[in-house]
Write a protein that binds this ligand. Structure first.
Ligand code: SF4
Length: 83
């Protein structure tokens, strides 16, 4: 996987991983899933964050596109929560 700061998986063309993340998002019950506007705001915050690396949050090791899709999720940066 090509390392890219500021990239989300969907931009890094990592087909298999991105497809797995998309499938994971699809399994989140609608009532627990972030609405599209909030989801995009969260991802925009991640894209401006120094802890994003190739779609992964270096604070928690998760793929932000999946983490952000859960309504109840929070940014794991305890010192500078961005969402
Ligand atoms: S620390 Fe928060 S804003 Fe930064 S990449 Fe992780 S989830 Fe996104």
């Amino acid at each position: 996987m090509k390392e890219c700061r500021r990239c989300l998986l969907r931009e890094a063309a990592e087909g298999d991983v991105y497809q797995a993340v998309r499938a994971g998002i699809g399994r989140i019950p609608e009532k627990d899933r972030t609405d599209e506007a909030l989801y995009e705001r969260r991802l925009a915050a991640c894209r401006s964050c120094d802890f994003l690396l190739s779609g992964m949050c270096l604070k928690c090791g998760c793929y932000v596109e999946l983490r952000a899709a859960f309504k109840k999720s929070k940014c794991p940066d305890v010192k500078g929560k961005k969402w």
